[in-house]
Design a protein around this ligand. Structure first.
Ligand SMILES: Nc1ncnc2c1ncn2[C@@H]1O[C@H](COP(=O)(O)OP(=O)(O)OP(=O)(O)O)[C@@H](O)[C@H]1O
Length: 256
């Protein structure tokens, strides 16, 4: 069984169908890509997988659990985390504080206990702090660790977003355009970080509009169009597929 398996997912917002029967799967340890024209339903699929809404029909299974109706928090606890297109977080808090906030998912009770001065609580807080420092070091955010998010570049904010996901000790990360609007040098650094995380055993799924980047990083690649799975295959198979080309050209004509 695949690590993540989405079957015949359907959803309409205000009676407008957005997901029209999506089948999608990612195997453990893969670095998968998810592409498709604007409005195809990629982020909406992530929202359903991560529990931001309950789909009208279909199932989502993760690591052998039916998670279709679980809360986002329960999914994170199983090791499934996602990042957002627009980096979230708390702008006035520092990088360190932002990372520590997300340790609560793992160490919730321990951190709560630390507020009341218990020894186990203190230990949990120290463990979380060590983890936050290690993640900041890994993502080369050490030199800005005490800076508020407002003082960071767009690319650094994206790295904090990835760091936030790592604080949950994920089995799988769903990334929603983590390189969008980032300069080419930092884009390559983020790509290298993602490759490293994947080499360490974290399964990755990447939504990205930059096709060369998808070609560099992802295998296999799934194409979504009009809320349906159009095809899944190697990058070369995807870009040479006539239906895929048609879907992109059609979308371009509509937006013109
Ligand atoms: N909560 C919502 N309410 C109403 N419509 C929604 C909602 N969420 C998504 N949609 C609609 O669903 C469609 C798919 O949007 P989605 O953001 O998933 O596409 P996408 O493939 O991620 O596009 P892009 O590549 O431009 O980010 C769009 O028409 C969008 O307006």
């Amino acid at each position: 069984m695949s690590l993540l398996e989405v079957r015949d997912l359907r959803h309409a917002f205000y009676r407008v169908p957005v997901l029209n029967g999506v089948d999608f799967s990612v195997e453990a340890h893969e670095f998968a890509g998810l592409v498709g024209p604007n409005g195809a339903g990629k982020s909406t699929l992530y929202n359903a997988i991560s529990g931001l809404f309950i789909p009208d029909a279909g199932t989502v299974t993760f690591d052998g659990h039916d998670i279709t109706r679980m809360t986002p928090h329960e999914r994170v606890a199983l090791g499934l985390v996602r990042t957002f297109q627009m980096a979230r977080g708390f702008p006035k808090l520092t990088v360190f504080q932002n990372l520590m906030l997300y340790a609560q998912d793992n160490l919730g009770e321990g951190l709560l206990a630390s507020l009341f001065g218990s020894r186990t609580g203190k230990q949990a807080e120290e463990a979380a702090a060590a983890e936050a420092l290690a993640i900041a070091h890994r993502l080369r955010l050490d030199h800005v660790i005490d800076n508020p998010l407002t003082a960071l570049s767009g690319g650094q904010k994206k790295l904090v977003e990835i760091g936030r996901a790592l604080m949950a000790r994920p089995k799988m990360i769903l990334l929603d355009e983590p390189m969008a609007g980032v300069n080419p040098t930092l884009t390559q650094q983020i790509a290298d970080h993602l490759r490293g995380l994947n080499a360490d055993g974290i399964t990755i799924c990447l939504i990205e509009h930059d096709m060369p980047l998808i070609g560099q990083l992802c295998n296999p690649v799934t194409v979504l169009a009009e809320g349906r799975t159009l095809m899944k295959g190697t990058f070369d198979a995807v870009i040479s597929n006539l239906d895929v080309q048609e879907a992109y050209l059609g979308a371009r004509k509509e937006h013109a």
